[in-house]
Design a protein around this ligand. Sequence first.
Ligand code: FES
Length: 503
Amino acid sequence: HASTHISALPQEVLVRLFRYLGPEDLCRCSQVCRTWAEVVKTGLLWRHLYPVRWARDHMKTLAVGLRSLCDYYRGPPGEPDQDPDEDWVRNLQEEGRAYQEWDEDADVDESEEACEDSLAISAVHKEKKLLNGMIQNLLPEVGSSVRTLSLAYSAAISSKMVRQILSLCPNLIHLDLTQTDVTDSAFESWAELGACHTLEHLDLSGCEKITDYTLKNLALGLGDLTTPRFSKNSPDCKNKLLKTPVSDIKLLHQHSGYSLGRAHTALVFKWRPGGRSMSCSPVWVLDPVELADIEDAADWTRRGGLAAGNSEGHSSILGVQMQTGGRSCCCRRSMKRSFRTDIGSTYLQQLYGTLGEMQCGHSACCGSDTTLRTVKGVQCEPQATEGSTELWTKCPSEGKTRTEQLGSFRALKFLSLSGCYQVTDFGLRCLSQGGGLPLLEHLNLSGCLFITEVGLHELVSVCPSLNDEHFYYCDNINGPHADRASGCQNLQCGFRVCCRSGE
Ligand code: FES
């Protein structure tokens, strides 16, 4: 038999072969010919994305002088990894800061050479380029096929990037943003596009800037099980969401005012002078104005351990008196621990001061009884539409949130807000509404200093699948399942908030 040339292989066979390749090699393949470039854009090849690991593995490859480690993890995620040790996380944070400083000074000269003297800076730089390349070139093509996205410990990711990614990946199942600098704005598209119906795993551990607004958007994005039109298992819902063409998402994305930069149609290598012949380092095409992005620049300015608003001036505002109706707020009364005093009072004053109501927002305190009370101005209440079967959440400031729901799955099984100390009972209440979280098994609220037993009880009452072994919250709260729940996980953790840290 005459041997068959590889170009004669049918595309399905090529896809099968390409599944054994890592992202770097796939990029190389996309340069071979048009057919291969098309095959590389097959969604099946990009179901599980680990860009931070890819960027760092690539740096490791350069450092040890190997051609390729070829150990990219391309399968679905397994059990959550153990948290890395404190020193490792600190190193990453320092890398982020070093990169920020370099980035600020690099207005004139942003050449590759300028950062070659520091591997740490190069690692973050590489990560940022790869993320931008993914957003501009890869995800518009394959976003609807992406199921897993891990951005954990990224020193380069910004809220804007996350928002763009989430808009382009409406069918995500597993999202890990552990220990990143993201803010609430990253999740705005969930409420706008209804784009997290399929989400099963959400890890926001250590995302200290996350507040109740994110939980509100998450609740909206997860859908509403109490709407009879779209039952949980309705195939109509699933099909509608899974079949939403990426072009629609893109249109909505652009309509929302988020710039995707120039449209590119292929993955392209960037030639690195000095490399060995034909062994150029592959990177996705980048928009030349990437570093001039105003929002990203603002994000970077806030980094370096002094986030505007949240951590600014801890010592100067230390011990601030919170007054509610002429008496001492319960929060202040309970702020015996140093962390509560430093960050707690500052945060609550900022949050509720901004909202025009100087109350702590706790469900069970600052009131004459234990009636659930949430913050005026951001409260969401169920609204029944007369004459229709639709029950929907309406926020007074926004009017009707959505006129059409794509579906209601509430498939969330894993939620970690460990160290998201700004979350309050209001956020938990948002999740409790709309049918609760019937499939939730793992809930980590370690280090959430401002939640109370009332908020916990309300949420747990609508989470029938919750496994006590995987249920974590502050040891100082006498909440639900107190005898069986696992308690706070942050006690011994040096880089995540805990009211008893240092004990
Ligand atoms: Fe209270 Fe950790 S947050 S014990």
